[in-house]
Design a protein around this ligand. Structure first.
Ligand SMILES: [Mg+2]
Length: 401
């Protein structure tokens, strides 16, 4: 047992880009030894902040930061009810910070703590969005020219809002509208066009964002099979997972899912039944690096590869945690990566950059990323609820986001 103790757990909120970020700093009684973790649940940032400041933080004070497994397990059950998104994020912020501290304390980068490198860098995929098929193609070509070989292709606003042409009833609610019938017509045509223009060597993805009726999802997976996607993402909502069996029996379109998962009961059966090909949980939503390592080892013998969620609402600290997992797990598939702005690079020294389609972890101990808290104070969070997540079909029926 070491004399090292946790002395403070702080939630740091900032918004250097479009997403509100929640980063946790864990301090210890060893001068200068601190760790960073990602607790970003951008739509409910204040709830996570309160969970850290009032519950998870005080629970950690005085404990040995090197007992990561025991601290994760005990923080999970301390509130009795568990596996919800707010508390999972709060625990993730601490968990990642503890791995960061352990790496710094032992003088090795985090991936060396759990097995070392399987590869030097992680291949990434990026998003090519456009209002027209020509715009999508142009963006994809610009990425390919930079050496990127994996591109997710979408019409703007998840393929329906911009394309919605069906009339709505009089008095329809204001907000976002999505036309599922339009999506079914337009997406196979988009991929026929992209394959024609880009050829066979570039890898293409598409995200359905769980917005189709299950039987339409089955049809779309079959319709896209001939375009040989790298994967089709979130074809079904977590509530409709049972429909994957029907899809698997009918086509070989690779399937990716997981960014909405919080509870092991959501991701364990889907792996054990080999219903998907890529597990893409939002690492902070499942509770951090500790459960992600277990999930990696669960997926491996079932042939499921990783593709961790990597939007702007995964903080740069969370992206570096994902990257350390990417380079050290055999069953890595691909890493989603968004272009980060200068403010994020200034705030988070050590954040990796894309070079020829790859991102590289640095060799610094721990996660290899720091945070300039004084600068972060100059990027306060906006408040209020998101609007994009309340979307309707043309007749006004709500669809899942
Ligand atoms: Mg997605």
């Amino acid at each position: 047992m070491s004399d090292l103790r946790i002395t403070a757990v702080r939630a740091i909120l900032c918004q250097p880009n479009t997403a509100r970020l929640v980063v946790v700093r864990v301090e210890t009684n060893q001068p200068g030894l601190t760790g960073l973790g990602c607790a970003t649940f951008t739509q409910r940032h204040r709830a996570v902040q309160a969970a850290i400041e009032h519950h998870i933080g005080p629970f950690m004070i005085g404990k040995d930061p090197c007992r990561i497994e025991d601290l994760w397990q005990s923080a999970m059950v301390n509130g009795y009810w568990r596996n919800g998104p707010v508390l999972n994020n709060a625990i993730s912020g601490v968990d990642m910070a503890l791995w960061d501290i352990l790496g710094k304390r032992t003088g090795v980068p985090c991936h060396d703590l759990w097995g070392g490198r399987c590869r030097e860098a992680a291949a990434v995929y990026v998003h090519a969005n456009g209002s027209t098929r020509e715009e999508v193609l142009e963006r994809a070509q610009a990425f390919i020219a930079q050496g990127i070989r994996h591109v997710r292709c979408q019409y703007n606003d998840y393929d329906g809002i911009a394309l919605a042409r069906s009339p709505s009833p009089e008095g329809a609610q204001p907000g976002s509208y999505f036309d599922a019938r339009d999506k079914l017509r337009s997406i196979p045509a988009l991929f026929a066009y992209l394959r024609r223009e880009l050829g066979d060597t570039v890898e293409l993805m598409h995200d359905v964002h769980e917005r189709l009726a299950p039987i339409d999802a089955v049809w779309l997976a079959k319709a896209l099979e001939e375009y040989r996607l790298f994967f089709l993402e979130d074809l079904l909502a977590p509530e409709d997972i049972d429909w994957y069996r029907t899809i698997r029996a009918q086509c070989a379109t690779p399937l990716a899912m997981g960014e909405l998962f919080n509870h092991p009961r959501e991701y364990v059966p889907i792996v054990a039944e080999r219903l998907i090909d890529f597990m893409r949980v939002h690492i902070s939503q499942i509770g951090g690096i500790t459960p992600a390592l277990k999930l990696i080892h669960l997926c491996d013998p079932f042939g499921v590869r990783t593709a961790w969620h990597g939007p702007l609402d995964t903080s740069p600290v969370g992206m570096m945690a994902a990257l350390h997992l990417d380079v050290s797990c055999r069953n890595f598939g691909i890493q989603e990566w968004m272009w980060r702005n200068q403010a994020e690079y200034d705030l988070f020294p050590g954040l990796a950059e894309i070079r020829q389609g790859y991102v590289y972890p640095n060799a610094k101990p721990g996660l290899g990323i720091e945070m300039d808290e004084a600068l972060a104070a100059r990027f306060p969070c906006t408040e209020g609820n998101p609007t994009w997540s309340v979307t309707r079909l043309p007749d006004g029926t709500l669809v899942r986001p």
